[in-house]
Design a protein around this ligand. Sequence first.
Ligand code: NAD
Ligand code: IPM
Ligand code: MN
Length: 343
Amino acid sequence: MARIAVVAGDGIGPEVVAQARKVLDAVLPGVQATEYDLGAARWHRTGEVLPDSVLTELAGHDAILLGAVGDPTVPPGVLERGLLLKLRFAFDQYVNLRPSRLWPGVAGPLGNVKPGEVDLVVVREGTEGLYAGAGGSLHRDTPAEVATEESLNTRHGVERVIRDAFARADRRERRKVTLVHKTNVLTHAGSLWARAFAAVAAEHPDVTTEYQHVDAAAMFLVTQPQRYDVVVTDNLFGDILTDIAAAVTGGIGLAASGCINPEGAYPSMFEPVHGSAPDIAGQGVADPVAAVLSVALLLEQLGHADAAARVNAAVAAELAGRTPGATLRTAEVGDRLAAHSVA
Ligand code: NAD
Ligand code: IPM
Ligand code: MN
């Protein structure tokens, strides 16, 4: 039976993960879920972010389910870099998979888009780019202060994520891949991405390809999200574009993600795209759908396609029944989704 490590984390993390667990238990009876106490509370209590012993234990699981990390009482980056990015990097989760679709019944903000018309997936590079942590600062707190952040791009890292995007496009109806970068300005990394993209595209003559600069892509995601099928892009561009994609398909509360190590050498991690939402934490009003859809991605990754389909169907029913503007209760949504997901 699948062994899942659960890192609920901070803010609304535990609230939405509790619902995700209800659904997981309902669709996969007997699943072994082990909770790991990581995040702001542990850091305040012990000064620890992610001890090596815990990292080793996490490595022994089939997958990780994560809520959210980050808290206003902890300096920025301590948990985001020390916990979340550390896991993505240590477990070589180079495919950061972020699907967006406009579900029937969901009132998106765009008048010109009908449910079913938006069904895209962003394949965001997960282990390189500006997230690699290269750079530094000099003369801190003086008028001469300088800070640099360098973007790391390796042919190996870029090509493998592009390959994954094309493989996904091969399995989809529209078979289209859009490369998003900024080759007109970031000429070093942009050239590497463009050449790797062209090389992989040549191996997939049945896949339609296009290129867009990231600023234009941000615009088209808002004006014409229907045009996208698979989007492959660098780590930071993907971070930003997937919040936009979430916003145009009903909000960040519905956006799921998988941080995937496709080779299975390490566990993949599944988490909502959203953060710890300190502004609504503790109120029981966070939407758990993003966390629950992340469970569906987890189930697909572990080969439980039927269970994943049941979760997706439960979400579809839930969203179709929503009254626009009505306040939801996190636990009630979780109860309904779990009940609907049972075989
Ligand atoms: P956020 O995603 O936490 O919140 C942005 C806005 O979206 C807030 O108004 C919030 O209330 C709303 N929101 C988010 N999730 C929601 C849900 N499920 N239901 C309803 N509304 C929801 O982003 P932020 O405010 O920029 O960041 C807060 C903290 O979370 C920071 O510490 C940040 O570093 C961290 N963060 C963590 C992750 C992660 O763990 N993967 C992702 C993003 C941000
Ligand atoms: C996300 C978050 C993270 C990211 C942060 C919290 C490190 O914004 O998962 O989208 O930038 O990848
Ligand atoms: Mn983000």
